[in-house]
Design a protein around this ligand. Structure first.
Ligand code: GLV
Length: 324
């Protein structure tokens, strides 16, 4: 069988796939263009792709022999899952292995923005530090503060657990109540308005789906406290970036830590660059050796399982296998 891997991923997964199938890998340090993807997916049985590849109806139509689209990511908003399902193609993803890495970067962003780490780094490098100053770059502690988690899936739950090391109170907004977590750490399920108006840190951990697109807009941002921070390590489109830039410019919230952008895969949002109260990261949520190795392995296993006629561990559209 023939498999297309759209970018060089950690070799552990590639080796696993290469042992079984003929593999074509895009060796360039850039994403395949749409026309290249359409050309290369022809006569392939399996596609292992990244969140930066848009797998739409046209790509799916071109992949007439495709049986599986294995996404090297937990989020799969880059794939037209309905079109894949109609074409009888299994779609898989890689949850679990990146939970800790993504939860940890949430705290990296929280600490960086609330304690002025990036601003401080610039200050030192510019040789402006000339001794301890009692009022220099005062920030906010996490200790005893309220953390509002929007989306209490695997990553949200891990963020809630880590927050206990900082003695934070946890509010959360999710369709599915997490009773166990409520009992374990006293997390409280609340509506979105309460979460926004009572939290000192609001952190987003929802997938990008139609209901979550721009779920944090002007109105929601205006409900936040003026000394609160917004953290987004989910997807850029979950926030109305224009509204966020405006509210940050007007200093109506204290700041933001941002790892994801609506403009991806074509870079970040330049409107953020001028703002001092924002810490920006280049979509590093799962960027650890362990997480990316695990994602590579999982993506390979999911792909192989489908091609071998087995049910993969992480299937986005299980109805496809049920109807085979
Ligand atoms: C990263 O953003 C992922 O969805 O895995």
């Amino acid at each position: 069988m023939n498999v297309l891997i759209t970018r060089k991923i950690p070799s552990i997964g590639i080796k696993k796939v290469e042992k079984r199938y003929d593999v074509e890998i895009n060796q360039r340090a850039r994403n395949l263009r749409k026309d290249e993807l359409i050309e290369k997916v022809k006569e392939k049985d399996g596609l292992l792709c990244l969140l930066t590849d848009t797998i739409d109806q046209e790509v799916i139509d071109a992949g007439e022999d495709l049986k599986v689209i294995s996404n090297f990511a937990v989020g799969y908003d880059n794939i037209d899952v309905d079109a894949a399902t109609r074409a009888g193609i299994a779609v898989t993803n890689t949850p679990g292995v990146l939970t800790e890495a993504t939860a940890e970067i949430t705290f990296a962003l929280i600490l960086a923005v609330a304690r002025n780490i990036v601003e401080g780094d610039r200050f030192v490098r510019e040789d402006r530090f000339d001794g301890w100053d009692p009022t220099l770059m005062l920030g906010h502690e996490l200790h005893g503060k309220t953390l509002g988690i929007i989306g209490m899936g695997n990553i949200g739950c891990k963020v809630a657990e880590i927050s206990q090391g900082f003695d934070m109170n946890v509010l959360y907004f999710d369709k599915i109540p997490k009773k166990e977590l409520e009992e374990k750490i006293g997390a409280k399920s609340v509506n979105l308005d309460t979460l926004l108006s009572e939290s000192d840190f609001v952190s987003l951990h929802v997938p990008l789906i139609p209901e979550t697109e721009k779920m944090i807009g002007k109105e929601e941002l205006e409900k936040m406290k003026d000394n609160a921070y917004l953290i987004n390590a989910a997807r850029g489109e979950v926030v109305d970036e224009k509204a966020l830039v405006k509210i940050l410019k007007e200093e109506k919230i204290a700041g933001a830590g941002i790892d994801v952008y609506a403009n991806e895969p074509h870079g970040a949002n330049p409107d953020y660059y001028e703002l001092d109260n924002v810490v920006l990261a280049p979509h590093l949520g799962s960027a650890t050796h362990r997480a990316r190795g695990g994602m590579s392995m999982k993506a390979a296993e999911n792909l192989i399982d489908v091609l071998e006629g087995k049910e993969p561990e992480h299937m986005v559209n299980p109805e496809v296998l049920a109807s085979r």
